[in-house]
Write a protein that binds this ligand. Structure first.
Ligand code: FES
Length: 66
């Protein structure tokens, strides 16, 4: 699903950027080549970025099991 229509950035794009080391919304935007647009995606982008930065329960259980 698209997070930003103006820049054709999807949720998986955001997750990929975070997995590649982006640790701020600014870094994700830079990695995606984000250009200023309508701004209607700001809240959704922040939500998706927060989800991407939060370890999943599966990952957390794998870390604790190691
Ligand atoms: S939808 Fe992201 S700037 Fe327009």
């Amino acid at each position: 699903m698209y997070v930003c229509i103006c820049n054709a950035v999807s949720e998986s794009d955001v997750h990929s950027c975070v997995a590649a080391g982006a640790c701020s919304t600014r870094q994700v935007k830079a990695a995606c080549g984000w250009k200023p647009g309508c701004g209607s995606c700001t809240r959704r982008f922040t939500e998706v970025f927060s989800q991407a930065m939060t370890p999943s329960s599966d990952a957390a259980s794998q870390v604790s099991a190691a």
